[in-house]
Ligand binder design. Structure first.
Ligand code: MSP
Length: 652
């Protein structure tokens, strides 16, 4: 049976500077989607590339004292290397300076001209060079670009114009009739109300005051407007109007075009109108994702190392960075990036949840079965919940991915990881071993290992390197047929008898050495893989997930009373609180804003960890932690004393 095709694109990047971590966001998301589609049996085609012409690049090259081509070549090489480092599995990388692209764009321009969509006139108006965008007098905001807020320039030159208004009504109709075309829906309303309804002006599609672009074939003093040149990449890469347009036939229309929110206008007004004029179908969906911001605002190269994707990958590894980008921020919304937030995510989700599941399971397997996968033989009711959750996962994650809900897809997977960790505590394999309940012990251990295998397969699109490391440890690295989507449709594909390896730490726990974002982290002692079994009581307790009373006594648990609470600007989940511990007050930042309004908290008594090392969250110092319980449905409640007691009372 022929595989269903799936065409996904990212914007093509300006090689005017090295890219920052925000730029990587679109590409990592597109890559996760392409990999997910491949895993689920589609023939995915994933396109990215570089947008190399235009006045901005020409000026940047001049500033650098280089020819434009030489200038972009170096940066494009760097961009390609970055994508390799981030494991971006693109099928094609198009450069707008390639001959195949230039030929096709010239044919497109000629076609427009010959069919009467383009005419020659004179442009007088405003231009934003950083955005490469024309603006009308009405749109300009006090001499600045309404998008990037930088100064616009007055331009007066002979130009070719495209008759946008001719297609406006058809476009409005298409947008209204196809609600999935522009996503998220809020961006659709913005386009209709702010740009389409007020009426479209004809678009200037050539320039004469600089040279760095594709010449208009029949009037070479003009270069083609860079957005017409750039947007065409999505079809020129498929061979549109070339001798071999087989890819065009196989993949157009695109299934999803991912872009950042500031270029939605170009992709949902200009682009569909050009496509209509060419008589081509429109992409099924254009998704405008939010921005990755810093506390101080927008990212820019001046922010240095903190946002350099190469540096971040070197420090944390590409899978960790990919995980953070996909998990931390709901795809349509803006979100914040900081190394503190990154480290928290990595410690909680990767080192603790995922890492512990693997480590605890393998350490017990080593001890009880010399590392060999046992044959399950005695099912109990408690196993069913784990198994049915595992079997529902592929479908649940597919549904989330089809809506580009990367973060939700991952949280489904992590709910299962949490369930498997809980299964260890519930089944207490160490007790089964002590009681000599071999049949049950073998079943529990098998179920855990099989759960880990299922998790590893589902991780593939998001963290392409980690599954291989898990398979190495499970001793199934060469068993390709149980790394597939088909193999996770049943629970039990892991062969009994496989010889696992000693547990290795997948993700070390990390800490920032300098408060507020120092660059160097060190693995803590907890990073060491679970120790080989010894009949030492303390060690045995550690290995079985138990702690001693001395361990517990190290946590200074107190009753805290909330004095003030307020929202943290720009963070949906966080509240800033001051709490009293009797003789002293503490400031804490707690992730409870979606469960408690600040006004409901004053006077509440809450369990509090008083000797936690302070950290900064969103730039605010947090000196302790409120304790809360949460269930698998996402409900969260603060935990406090049954009766009122003096603030600062010790809990033991
Ligand atoms: N060259 C144009 C696109 C032409 S597509 C026919 C362009 N290039 S860009 O290099 O400036 O941006 C490429 C992508 O990176 C855009 O989707 C943009 O939204 C995205 N991002 C740039 N900074 C970003 C963040 N800080 N956060 C998230 N995405 C960001 O625009």
């Amino acid at each position: 049976m022929q595989k269903k095709s799936f065409y996904i694109t990212t914007p093509i990047y300006y090689p005017s500077d090295k890219l920052h971590i925000g730029h990587s966001y679109t590409t990592v998301a597109a890559d996760a989607m392409a990999r997910f589609k491949r895993l689920t049996g589609h023939q995915a085609y994933f396109l990215t590339g570089t947008d190399e012409h235009g006045q901005k690049i020409e000026r940047r090259a001049q500033e650098a004292g280089k020819e434009p081509q030489e200038f972009v070549d170096e940066i494009v090489d760097w961009i390609k290397k970055l994508w390799t480092v981030l494991d971006i599995s693109y099928d094609d990388f198009i450069r707008t300076t390639e001959q195949r692209h230039k030929d096709s764009v010239q044919k497109i321009f000629t076609k427009f001209y010959e069919q009467g969509d383009i005419y020659k006139s004179k442009y007088e108006g405003w231009y934003c060079t950083p955005c490469e965008a024309f603006w009308t007098e009405r749109q300009v905001e006090e001499g600045n670009c309404p998008d990037c807020k930088r100064p616009v320039e007055l331009v007066a030159e002979e130009s070719y114009f495209f008759k946008m208004s001719k297609y406006a009504d058809r476009l409005i109709e298409h947008i209204e009739n196809n609600p999935e075309f522009i996503q998220p829906a809020s961006r659709k309303n913005e386009m209709i109300n702010n740009f389409l309804k007020p009426g479209l002006e004809d678009l200037c599609v050539s320039r004469t005051t600089f040279k760095w672009g594709i010449p208009v074939p029949f009037d070479p003093d003009h270069v083609i407007y860079v957005w017409l040149d750039a947007l065409s990449n999505y079809i020129t890469a498929l061979g549109y109007l070339s001798e071999d347009d087989s890819k065009m036939k196989a993949f157009w229309p695109a299934d999803v075009q991912l872009i950042g929110k500031e270029i939605v206008r170009f992709h949902t007004i200009y682009w569909p109108i050009f496509l209509m004029a060419l008589g081509l179908e429109l992409p099924k969906q254009v998704f405008g994702h939010g921005w990755l911001l810093l506390e101080e605002g927008k990212m820019s190269k001046s922010k240095g190392n903190v946002i350099d994707p190469e540096v971040l990958v070197e420090r944390y590894g590409s899978d960790a960075i990919r995980y953070f980008l996909l998990r931390e921020i709901p795809f349509g919304a803006d979100g914040h990036f900081s190394e503190e937030a990154l480290i928290q995510r990595l410690n909680f989700d990767l080192a603790n949840d995922l890492g512990n599941l693997l480590n605890r399971t393998l350490a017990m397997l080593n001890k009880y079965y010399q590392g060999k996968v046992p044959t399950p033989s005695l099912d109990e009711a408690i196993d069913e919940e784990l198994k049915s959750m595992a079997l529902d996962l592929p479908q649940k994650m597919t549904e989330r991915m089809d809506q580009l809900l990367f973060s939700n897809a991952l949280s489904e997977l992590w709910k299962f990881i949490a369930r498997a960790n809980k299964y260890i505590d519930e089944t207490a394999p160490w007790t089964l071993a002590k009681e000599g309940n071999q049949q049950r012990l073998a079943t529990v251990m098998y179920n855990l290992l099989e759960s880990i295998r299922i998790v590893s397969v589902l991780l593939l699109p998001f963290m392409p390197r980690t599954p291989e490391r898990i398979w190495q440890q499970l001793g199934i690295a060469h068993e390709g047929k149980i790394h597939t989507w088909d193999s996770i449709q049943e629970f039990g594909a892991l062969p009994a008898g496989a010889q696992t390896k000693a547990a290795e730490v997948l993700f070390p726990r990390l800490e920032l050495t300098a408060e507020g974002g120092g660059p160097v982290r060190q693995a803590t002692k907890k990073d060491k893989p679970a120790p080989a079994p010894k009949e030492d009581k303390k060690k045995m307790a550690e290995k079985d997930g138990l702690i001693t009373i001395d361990d517990f006594a190290r946590v200074d648990l107190r009753i805290a009373e909330v004095k003030t609470a307020e929202k943290v600007e720009g963070a949906d989940k966080l509240l800033k609180l001051t709490v009293s511990l009797g003789e002293q007050e503490r400031q804490v930042v707690a992730g409870i804003a979606q469960h408690y309004g600040p006004e409901t908290l004053t006077g509440k008594q809450v369990l509090f960890v008083a000797n936690l090392k302070p950290v900064k969250l969103r730039g605010i110092r947090s000196e302790g932690m409120l304790l809360a319980a949460s269930d698998s449905e996402g409900k969260l409640v603060l935990v406090g004393p049954q009766d009122s007691i003096a603030a600062g009372s010790k809990v033991k």
